[in-house]
Design a protein around this ligand. Sequence first.
Ligand code: TYD
Length: 202
Amino acid sequence: MTKIISFEGFEYSGKSTQINLLRKYFKKNKIKSEFTREPGGIKDLEKIRKVIINSNFTNKSLILFFFACRFELISKIEAENQDKLYIFDRYFDSTYAYQGKDIKDKKIIKSLISLIAKNSIPKLTFYLDISKKSLLERKKNRSFQNKFDQIFLKQYERIKKNYHELIDAKIGSRKFIKINANKSPDIIHQEIISHIKKCKLI
Ligand code: TYD
């Protein structure tokens, strides 16, 4: 089984900051790891990433595109068969949260998870929880926006509800940890390290 830790949450939740802090920590402590992101992570998928996140595809097509990218990425990782820790910036939970618009779509997403990712279920997932108010404040200070940036705010409640469904659901033996994203980056980083240690991943 591949050792995976995934990071989830809204844009501006501080996900990237935490992933960068973890990268530095692993480097300093010589922990064998690889950092990747979705959609993307490998050269050809990075080209497709730009198209997907700026597209007007139908929701069902988006589900299939995200899972096609995911299948490529995890097939490569599983084939490597390496004893290292893979850190994912977004994974299948993002598809459930963002593209899980109704029961039918959620059913498709759940089937795809068990079809393609059953050997690559994360051991640990961190969800950085941010209020809409803080999100809007942080958003004011950033200039770049993609298509998802514009739509996700309108869908904040639905996406948040979907993330909470995942926190309550059991997928394999993974631990799904909700973190208050309003705390300082250093405190969150310490919290994350302590969970990783508790799960004996490092
Ligand atoms: P990005 O600007 O990289 O956002 P972030 O830095 O917060 O990850 O854009 C990625 C976008 O893709 C983000 O809005 C969420 C969306 N997305 C989905 O809707 N479904 C998915 O399965 C994945 C992996 C991403």
